[in-house]
Ligand binder design. Sequence first.
Ligand code: GLU
Length: 301
Amino acid sequence: MTEHAGRYAPSPSGDLHFGNLRTGLIAWLFARTTDRRFLLRVEDIDTQRSTIDSAHRQIDDLLTLGLTFDGDILYQSDRFPAYQRALDMLTARGLVYECYCSRKDIQDSPRAPHAPAGAYPGTCRDLTEGEREARREALAAEGRTPALRLRADVAEFTIHDRYHGAYTTEVDDFVLRRGGQDPDWAYNLAVVVDDGFQGIDQVVRGEDLLPSTPRQAYLATLLGIELPEYVHVPLVVNEQGQRLAKRDGAVTLREMLLDDPVFKVVEKLAASLGYPGVNTLHKLLEVFDPEDLPREPLVWR
Ligand code: GLU
């Protein structure tokens, strides 16, 4: 079996809708037409919003549609020791520091005129040990723990994306583990560690994740993980141009199947990829060509 692998990595916080399914289907088509294994990862890293029931429903939905997966399903909730090992590696190299800032502190702090919104201004990067001690104690008194940030030693990073070409963003000292009352692993760390662990060499996912990709790629290079091919695909949006969500009507597979048989849903998905009239995954595999994929967001109607 080939060593190459793609993946689909939904967050189990609700039933899969047309937009999720379309992205998953594109990822599957890319993998299956390039002789890759196709792995499923349940991104239940956000323990507040994820449920195992939702994960099971999503897996059922994907199987209902006819998507096939290889190997075991990986759950991020089982991976916390691996995230800790990656953090320890970075810490040992002096690349991690504690951050005591609240969201408001970050919003209110002065920053360079052209810094992107939300980028961390580096407030806690160069504190003395005495200053750290005092801030740590103040947080502890509120029952909170500090966040952990990466000490990034580049200002920006460029990735190459199949549809977007060379794509550069600023790399700030982003969070690796969130602090607060309930410390949580940051998605940017988890995705890199897991893609590396699963041997993913092709990442096909929604365009909303493109802006965080240079940060993730930079982190991968620090962890010695080879960069995958990146393929960011346009999202399905509502009429206001926002990412499709449950409130936009009968958008989940389960809702769609109340009115239509599965092959009709496949037909709708295939039409959205530029192949009207195709209503089986088998046929779709035969006609799929990455060059045909529409490059604009698809408006759900
Ligand atoms: N779990 C993310 C989502 O459902 C996908 C992240 C990824 O594919 O890297 O939006």
